[in-house]
Design a protein around this ligand. Structure first.
Ligand SMILES: *[C@@H]1O[C@H](CO)[C@@H](O)[C@H](O)[C@H]1NC(C)=O
Ligand SMILES: *[C@@H]1O[C@H](CO)[C@@H](O)[C@H](O)[C@H]1NC(C)=O
Ligand SMILES: *[C@@H]1O[C@H](CO)[C@@H](O)[C@H](O)[C@H]1NC(C)=O
Ligand SMILES: *[C@@H]1O[C@H](CO)[C@@H](O)[C@H](O)[C@H]1NC(C)=O
Ligand SMILES: *[C@@H]1O[C@H](CO)[C@@H](O)[C@H](O)[C@H]1NC(C)=O
Ligand SMILES: *[C@@H]1O[C@H](CO)[C@@H](O)[C@H](O)[C@H]1NC(C)=O
Ligand SMILES: *[C@@H]1O[C@H](CO)[C@@H](O)[C@H](O)[C@H]1NC(C)=O
Length: 663
């Protein structure tokens, strides 16, 4: 019987004790499935598996205990080992109060207070019913409890005042020194508490680290049996808030009666610490996203604006232009001067591009300029052209429109010249109301242009051929003086053109017949001047496709009138108050200049003298060779008018057009 009882006891020891032993070892990598925990106060298990002791609400206490007490037989020495991962997250400017690992003889904490007492103690020390050993992770400074800082770890025995404490830190084996650690942090902290004999060791470390070889706290004067007054204990956690709060979490927990049987916590399986104030954080996240989106958009717009402006004001500048520095206008200044080449500033479409009025600030007063935009695709010849344009700045004659400078852009050249308030002559000449152009004024303009051209041909440093004399290129200043503009422009086109085609440039009707074969010369300018002169006196264009055959070509018609002894009838019929003799003389001069044979044309110097009456016109008749003839060969005027499209546009007539049908 006794033997049987003994056997029973042995059986029980053999089978029950190991299972009991098993129960005193547990590990939680998450608390989602934990049903052997006792929770009270504000303690919660969150859906994420996180154990929350307090949730940033004031004056809270939360307790969590392993439901079953840990018991030690009389033969066993009292010892335990625990490892847990916790986090105390700030909630506001200052946070508190702290949490603790608890070993107690009871889970009853009636009379315990929150705040600095962790829900474990009160002013008197421990509550009357419960004996407590606690490892506090204190994040608030309680002077009256002799706290050393607001970030310390302490061992408490039946009182909130620590037996031993130290600022939170861990020993880094890798670096061989103590490293401070923040208890109040989004980064979880690992804590190890080991008790054996009368020694209680406490170690901390960041989540990634291993257990330090040297504990933060080590007290060899802890007799747990004495403290608890028994060999039975509850283990768990307590957290508390006061006027200052925090979020307190346990992420994982492993406990065992002995260090050897302590199970590892799988750090990778631990629940994530939520960001505090999730809602506000969410809105602030949304706000952040929105702000960064706005910032992104704004940056994008700024960049686009920068690119746009850079592109808007982009210029082509080359090294060789440096010497022309002062002549170079920035595109930006021209853009601004013309109000962005606004339609309101549009003056007209010249032979080579659009002309805009611009107002440039010049030291104090504003200066009015005309800006011509010449589209130009070929870089070819640009250098010489700009050089010529620049050299033409040295040309100074009262009847030339002064060129002030230029600007180059991709595919575009901008020429800045003085603004002529009364625009171009053709505007008045080919309008129905020609009253602003009485005879005397027309004669004066002809004299102006003749002298300007004479100057270009003879007095300038080098011979300058205008190449495009026509009413549209004669500008009128404020006093209606004629000013010759656009000189040299045609050269840009000649140079820019495909070098395999020999294109002659000018305006149809003003182009001397030999231009396509011989190229431009002073004589071709004289020819063009002759035609121009006739247009001024006759008030019509050199070719009028809508007119009757006999009247269609100005030169032919004028000479026909002369043949019929009614030269004066060729004049602009709106002219009044003129001397017939003078008009006839000027008309004859026009025919003389437009002589088919270049050698028979006068020079511009002579033209000036004829106009001023200093020289008598040579004797010639309407049927003199080259007078009143348009083309050297029998090319019917009909075919000419067919190839003719517009009377105002400058156009290139290639060799084949003029001579192809004649061969
Ligand atoms: C905190 O927990 C308490 C219950 O303990 C609850 O009444 C309160 O709403 C919670 N506060 C927050 C901010 O979650
Ligand atoms: C502290 O002890 C005194 C006397 O023993 C008692 O009256 C008082 O209620 C206790 N305070 C707390 C907070 O338990
Ligand atoms: C815990 O210890 C206190 C103080 O000795 C005692 O009053 C209380 O009854 C004990 N509680 C349990 C559950 O043993
Ligand atoms: C704080 O420490 C001082 C000196 O070490 C001691 O006199 C005092 O009693 C302690 N305060 C408390 C509340 O125990
Ligand atoms: C603990 O930290 C506080 C403030 O952070 C400091 O004043 C104090 O000297 C530290 N104590 C020790 C022992 O390092
Ligand atoms: C406590 O730490 C000391 C010093 O590092 C060590 O010698 C001792 O074995 C430790 N005790 C426990 C129970 O971990
Ligand atoms: C702890 O205290 C108890 C009761 O006072 C005593 O019997 C025991 O020997 C002590 N243990 C140690 C390790 O000193």
């Amino acid at each position: 019987m006794i033997r049987g009882l003994l056997l029973g006891i042995i059986w029980m020891l053999f089978f029950v004790c190991p299972s009991f032993q098993k129960e005193t070892t547990f590990a939680y990598n998450s608390f989602g499935q934990a049903d052997d925990l006792h929770l009270d106060g504000s303690a919660r298990i969150l859906p994420s598996g996180l154990l929350q002791l307090t949730n940033a609400t004031e004056n809270q206490m939360g307790h969590v205990f392993f439901k079953r007490p840990i018991k030690f037989t009389s033969s066993e020495s009292v010892s335990f080992s625990t490892h847990f991962v916790c986090a105390q997250l700030p909630a506001g400017e200052t946070s508190g109060h702290g949490m603790a690992f608890v070993v107690s003889n009871s889970t009853d904490f009636k009379g315990a207070e929150p705040t600095r007492y962790f829900g474990l103690f009160n002013k008197n020390g421990s509550t009357s019913t419960t004996r407590v050993l606690a490892v506090e992770l204190d994040i608030a400074l309680a002077i009256e409890l002799n706290d050393t800082s607001d970030n310390h770890v302490g061992i408490d025995v039946n009182s909130a005042e620590s037996v031993i404490s130290a600022n939170a830190s861990y020993f880094s084996d890798a670096q061989g020194k103590k490293i401070d650690i923040k208890l109040l942090s989004h980064d979880p902290i690992q804590v190890w508490v080991d008790y054996e004999g009368t020694t209680l060791n406490v170690s901390l470390a960041p989540l990634k680290n291993k257990k330090p070889s040297i504990p933060l706290l080590s007290s060899s004067l802890i007799n747990l049996t004495e403290i608890l007054q028994g060999r039975r204990m509850f283990v768990g956690f307590s957290g508390a808030t006061g006027a200052i709060t925090s979020y307190q979490y346990i992420l994982g927990w492993s406990f065992s009666k002995s260090m050897e049987s302590l199970q590892n916590i799988d750090i990778s399986k631990l629940p994530k610490v939520p960001h505090p104030r999730t809602k506000r954080k969410y809105t602030s996240l949304v706000l952040d996203a929105l702000l960064s989106l706005i910032a992104f958009v704004v940056l994008g717009l700024l960049f686009a604006a920068y690119l746009y402006r850079r592109n808007l004001y982009a210029e082509v500048r080359e090294d060789w232009e440096k010497e022309y520095g002062p002549l170079r206008y920035s595109y930006k200044s021209l853009y601004k001067a013309t109000k962005g080449f606004s339609r309101n500033e549009f003056l007209g479409r010249g032979g080579f591009g659009e002309v805009y009025k611009g107002t440039l600030p010049r030291s104090r007063e504003l200066r009015e300029v005309a800006v011509k935009r010449v589209s130009h695709d070929g870089q070819h010849g640009m250098k010489q052209f700009v050089a010529e344009i620049v050299s033409m700045r040295s040309l100074k004659h009262r009847s030339l429109v002064p060129l002030l400078g230029y600007c180059r852009r991709k595919h575009e050249l901008l020429l800045v010249s003085e603004y002529m308030p009364n625009g171009s002559l053709d505007h008045y000449l080919f309008n129905h109301d020609r009253s602003t152009l009485p005879w005397w004024r027309r004669l004066a303009i002809l004299k102006d242009i003749a002298s300007a051209l004479s100057y270009l041909h003879t007095e300038a440093d080098q011979v300058v051929i205008h190449r495009d004399i026509k009413a549209a290129n004669v500008m009128l200043d404020a006093e209606f003086n004629g000013r010759l503009g656009d000189f040299g422009m045609s050269r840009l086109y000649e140079r820019g053109a495909d070098p395999t085609t020999t294109a002659a440039v000018g305006t149809f009707g003003y182009m001397a017949p030999e231009l396509t074969t011989m190229g431009p010369s002073t004589a071709t300018d004289v020819y063009a001047f002759g035609v121009f002169l006739l247009t001024v006196i006759c008030g019509r264009r050199p070719v009028e496709p809508g007119f009757l055959d006999e009247k269609r070509f100005l030169i032919i018609w004028v000479s026909e009138c002369w043949k019929k002894s009614s030269l004066i009838d060729a004049r602009d019929l709106s002219l009044t108050e003129f001397s017939s003799q003078e008009v006839e003389k000027v008309l004859k001069l026009g025919l003389l200049c437009a002589n088919l044979a270049p050698d028979s044309r006068p020079t511009m110097e002579q033209v000036v003298q004829y106009l001023n009456g200093n020289l008598a016109l040579p004797e010639f008749w309407p049927n003199s060779p080259g007078i009143g003839v348009l083309i050297p060969m029998a090319l019917s005027p009909g075919s000419l008018s067919a190839s003719y499209s517009s009377s105002t546009n400058s156009m290139s007539i290639t060799h084949s057009v003029l001579y192809g049908s004649g061969r």
